[in-house]
Design a binder for this molecule. Structure first.
Ligand SMILES: [Zn+2]
Length: 373
């Protein structure tokens, strides 16, 4: 192992100053771990591009040095590029939580990625990968088992929070692990990489619980069908829909390929809890009276954009913004984006065209601060 005088390199290949494509390279000597490997959905100007993935030239040139991919949580902007990146790194393990492994299992089958072992890494776990001591900690987010990762390196500890929200009454009852965060703070942290959407706005975001209360308030007087659109991976939101539907004795139809798949896996793994008789197949929704039906389907959130300089305030937007981000609140597209077609052949029903973007800081030897909008 190299001596302690090597610099630690932290290289974002995406996810800085943009929403999506989260991917961070941590390099010490000639050993590399990668945190997350996400995609970004194209904006309306990227004609013919289905998915945008990070430019991995830096990793490709150091292929033999990559020891592991560590996944903070299973949102597409953190795992969606794995099917396109992993084939270049056969044998390199992917560490992820139970739910993330469950959801990744589908991708692995679909893209035939059987050369990369999926290894359990739950919040609170400690492991050693080359010179990196990995300590994970639970963090509140809109998908269960989200975690931050502390990397203890020969030059000090780096804390990567992943996406998070400090919610004292989370839907799944699992709080962010403030004890580990406090411990890390006492030990000393040389670099904090912190990621929380709209962190630049002053004040607090209300607890996710308030969304459940709002659902009940809205649903109670309604006599027609209720249609709720949310991101397919927002398991907590789906739980709230199921809970509200149960309160008013409505049946629930879950519609949308990803949402059906995600809800099935989350239910099998115990992350979604509901009376199975409450579900109704999409082919049977016309058998259910309107005032007894809720349809949960895939789509963007419809929340309004808080007044904030730097954010456009249009009332409509693409339905493809990243999880947790109102579609009307997308920041301007990164000028670094270029539409290089990769034309990879995949097992999808149609060819997926991807574009890569060049990280502006790819050659930075020391990154002391990285932050997303
Ligand atoms: Zn997320």
């Amino acid at each position: 192992m190299p001596g302690p005088n090597h610099p630690l390199r932290i290289i974002p290949l995406g996810g800085v100053g943009e929403i999506g494509k989260n991917m961070y390279v941590f390099e010490y000597g000639d050993e590399i771990v990668v945190i997350d490997c996400g995609l970004m959905f194209p904006d309306e100007e990227m004609f013919g591009v289905d998915l945008v993935i990070p430019d991995i030239t830096y990793l490709r040139e150091r292929r033999g040095n990559v020891k592991a991919f560590l996944i903070t949580h299973a949102h597409e902007d953190h795992v969606g590029a794995l099917p396109y990146v992993l084939p270049e790194f056969p044998g390199v393990p992917v560490y992820a939580s139970t739910l993330a492994r469950g959801l990744l299992g589908n991708k692995i089958k679909e893209h035939k990625l059987h050369n990369n072992p999926l290894i359990a890494m739950e919040p609170g776990d400690e492991l050693q990968i080359g010179p990196f001591g990995v300590l994970t900690f639970r963090i509140g987010h809109s998908i269960p088992d989200a975690m931050g990762i502390a990397l203890r390196t020969p030059v000090g500890t780096v804390v990567h929070t992943g996406d998070f929200k400090f919610d004292h009454t989370p839907v799944d009852g699992k709080l962010s692990d403030f004890a580990i965060l406090a411990r890390l703070g006492e030990e000393g942290v040389v670099c904090l990489l912190s990621d929380s959407t709209r962190a630049e706005n002053p004040g607090y975001t209300p607890s996710e619980r308030t969304v459940g209360e709002a659902f009940r308030e809205i649903m109670e007087p309604l006599e027609g069908r209720v249609i709720v659109a949310t991101f397919a991976s927002n398991i907590a939101r789906l739980q709230q829909v199921l809970d509200a539907a149960a309160t008013f004795e409505r049946q629930v139809a879950i519609i949308g390929r990803s949402m059906e798949q995600n809800s099935r896996i989350a239910t099998e793994l115990g992350y979604l809890r509901f009376d199975p008789s409450r579900l109704v197949g999409k082919d049977r929704i016309n058998d259910v009276p309107d005032d007894k039906l809720v349809i949960a389907t895939t789509g963007a959130q419809g929340s309004r954009c808080p007044a904030s300089p730097g954010w456009p305030t249009a009332t409509t937007g693409s339905s493809r913004s990243s999880p947790g981000t109102p579609s009307s609140c997308r920041p301007a597209r990164s000028p670094a984006t270029r539409s290089t077609w990769r034309g990879r052949s995949t097992t999808c029903s149609r060819p997926v065209r991807t574009s890569t973007t060049t990280p502006s800081a790819v050659r930075a030897s020391r990154v002391t601060r990285a932050r997303k909008s």
